[in-house]
Design a protein around this ligand. Structure first.
Ligand code: SF4
Length: 388
């Protein structure tokens, strides 16, 4: 069929993510130690050798947005929901090397046993969305809800893409974590327990889910801006709202526009537009199908040979799908490159370095969540894992 067409370089450099202003939220620090050069022709061989030497003591998790050079070493690949489940299901693995971003490794540490050590090959692999909700900002927001007299009727919910501190905040207040795979179920769970939801930190996933799946009007949603007094909202607006959306977004999925959708429909009249729910509401409303990364993968696997698909999600995944399904016409929704720059920080040199350190008996870049945060975040994560 057709060959995947690489999008052009973007004139606007993506932000270096994971360097938020709250040092206790998403940590972005340089990776210590001597990394092998990317030009080393033996990197693949070295990674396999280290993996073999570690045997069953090692379990490598790989997020779908990771580079191919890294994903080939993953024991399991998945979205953040599947990887959280997998981390919890391998109590015998001593080392869990997480090829993903910081908040995912934190969740793995929370869900695994005390004898298991979670390693992030590059500590600068953060997430700009997670950085958009700092612990103190969320506490201030809750105070605003208390002042408005509505806190008792609000169930807090956070997307998996948030720091352990935010998950712990939600857990302390009997809330739940969700992912893009189960946001609808988690929201239904929440509305059985309260009249309103505070949805952190991705406004688009929250808005898209309540409008598309729960039948809300856009007017039922308000956006809380942590950089404005009282979130930029009046007490009346807070009282009227059915969902209070945090003003956060994904820097990658936020790049797709209605113009991208209109443009591809003009160029490829029979195209199916398939996007992630972290895209803006206007993009989601204009798409043919919407779903999590696992949903996107399944949709392409089940698609008719010869069918055309423009996919609005991270480029590593779209390119991999195109390579895996040469009988389908798969294209990237945007004309410009759209990688998650922090996901991309986990490259083969960092993976080789981390694995060889483990073989040498040293544990590099261990992600440790403190006990109080773990206990409270775990409440919220366990509620998610128990959702029907
Ligand atoms: S794709 Fe978006 S939400 Fe996911 S890690 Fe990257 S910045 Fe964060």
């Amino acid at each position: 069929m057709s060959t995947f067409v690489e999008p052009g370089s973007t004139a606007t450099a993506l932000l270096l993510l994971g360097r938020g202003t709250d040092p206790d939220s998403e940590k972005g620090v340089d990776c210590p130690g001597a990394l092998p050069p990317a030009s080393d022709p033996n990197l693949v061989e070295r990674a396999w050798a280290a993996k073999k030497a570690l045997g069953d003591r090692l379990f490598i998790l790989g997020h779908h947005y990771q580079r191919d050079e890294v994903i080939q070493f993953a024991d399991v690949t998945g979205d953040s929901f599947k990887l959280a489940q997998q981390a919890a299901a391998r109590p015998e693995a001593e080392y869990i090397v997480f090829c993903g971003v910081h908040f995912m490794a934190e969740s793995a540490d929370i869900l695994t046993g005390p004898d298991q050590q979670v390693i992030l090959p590059d500590m600068a692999a953060g997430c700009s969305m997670a950085d958009m909700a700092a612990a103190q900002q969320v506490e201030d927001c809750w105070d605003a809800l208390v002042d408005a007299g509505i806190a008792d009727s609000v169930v807090p919910m956070t997307y998996m893409n948030s720091s352990a501190d935010i998950k712990a905040f939600v857990g302390r207040r009997d809330g739940v974590v969700c992912t893009s795979s189960n946001a609808e179920r988690a929201l239904r769970w929440a509305y059985e327990r309260g009249e309103k939801v505070l949805f952190l930190p991705d406004q688009h996933l929250g808005r898209n889910t309540v409008v598309r799946e729960l039948g809300f009007d856009l007017d039922d949603c308000v956006v809380y801006n942590p950089h404005k007094p009282n979130g930029g909202l009046t007490t009346e607006q807070l009282r009227q709202a059915r969902i209070i959306l945090w003003r956060g977004h994904c820097s990658v999925h936020g790049r797709f526009t209605l113009d991208s959708v209109n443009d591809v429909r003009e160029r490829v009249p029979d195209v199916n537009v398939l996007v992630h729910p972290e895209c803006t509401h206007e993009v989601v409303a204009a798409a043919d199908r919407v779903g999590s990364t696992e949903y996107i993968i399944t949709a392409i696997e089940e698609a008719e040979p010869g069918s055309a698909w423009a996919i609005g999600t991270e480029l590593n995944l779209v390119r991999r799908l195109a390579n895996q399904h040469p009988d389908k016409r798969i294209m990237f929704l945007d004309k410009a490159v759209c990688y998650c720059s922090t996901m991309n920080r986990i490259d083969l040199p960092h993976l080789v370095w981390a694995l060889e350190e483990l073989v040498a008996g040293r544990v590099p870049n261990r992600i440790v969540v403190d006990e109080d945060t773990t206990v409270n975040a775990r409440h919220a994560l366990d509620r998610m894992l128990a959702l029907p």
